[in-house]
Design a protein around this ligand. Structure first.
Ligand code: FE2
Ligand code: FE2
Length: 278
């Protein structure tokens, strides 16, 4: 069985579903797509772990053209793209019979049924650069600061999810593994919230492939030290923007995120201490 091919497929699927979940307008459809995205994330990590256990090398590349398929005009077309994605996934499981793939097949077949009964009819406005948020007024300066922040941070969160997931499956230090898992799920939440704002403002940008040297052959201690810095920087970026934004709701949201970033530094520090104490 071709582990790298299946990992790439689950990875692309996760990206498509998490971005699609912020592109549709109806709350119940957003929830459904987000649930599927989280399962596709788990599929990706489980098959990565199986690959590691079988000594199979892989990377976190994905096909940008494949992801770009979600840039469509209507919600109806978007759901079609997602159905095609699940069908492609199911096709590559063909002839494979093991617990992991059997789980994926069963999940994806059910998700496909769920998508089949969805009734959506909205336009996609995530890329139209309207640069407005409902019920929120901004001056030009805070508006451009927010747009810049959202574009930068959605990309960074995606990058962190990828790197933390890769490190998690390659590390056998329990406390570090647990920190990587928590950090990946917090980053998925941050990505969802930032991408959701970006989508509402019509400035959604899709992720880029991460250079291999960001995750391959890096010592875990060095990585932890660097990422404590990164998390502190994320906190600072949130605080700087919160100062600029006049709106109370957005400001409180950014302060909440910034405090989560502080805790990310703490989780990494605990992992670092555990490794140093060994
Ligand atoms: Fe974050
Ligand atoms: Fe973080």
């Amino acid at each position: 069985m071709n582990y790298p091919q299946i990992i790439k497929k689950e990875h692309e699927s996760f990206i498509k579903f998490i971005y699609a979940s912020v592109m549709v307008k109806e709350a119940d459809v957003r929830h459904k797509l987000n649930d599927i995205a989280l399962f596709k994330y788990r599929h990706m990590v489980w098959i990565m772990q199986d690959a590691v256990n079988n000594n199979v090398k892989f990377n976190m590349d994905f096909d940008e053209k494949e992801i770009a398929k979600i840039k469509v005009e209507t919600e109806d077309e978007l759901i079609e793209v997602l159905k095609e994605d699940l069908n492609q996934n199911i096709a590559i499981y063909e002839g494979i019979n093991n617990p992991t793939i059997n789980r994926f097949r069963s999940d994806d077949e059910f998700f496909l049924e769920e998508l089949n009964i969805l009734d959506v009819e909205g336009e996609i406005t995530s890329f139209n650069e309207n640069k407005t948020l409902k019920e929120i007024e901004f001056d030009e300066e805070s508006k451009s600061a927010l747009v810049f922040f959202l574009m930068e941070e959605t990309f960074k969160e995606y990058e962190l999810i990828t790197i933390y997931s890769y490190l998690k499956v390659h590390s056998n230090i329990a406390i570090a593994n647990s920190a990587f898992t928590d950090l990946a799920y917090d980053s998925i939440y941050h990505l969802k919230r930032f991408a959701s704002l970006a989508s509402e403002m019509g400035v959604l940008t899709l992720p880029r492939v991460i250079p291999h040297d960001k995750y391959e052959n890096i010592g875990v201690v060095e990585f932890l030290k660097e990422n404590i810095e990164e998390e502190m920087d994320a906190e600072k970026q949130c605080l700087i923007l919160a100062e600029k934004i006049g709106n109370k709701y957005l400001k409180d949201f950014l302060l909440f995120i910034s405090r989560q970033e502080v805790y990310h530094g703490e989780l990494l520090q605990r992992a670092l201490n555990a490794i140093n104490n060994k």
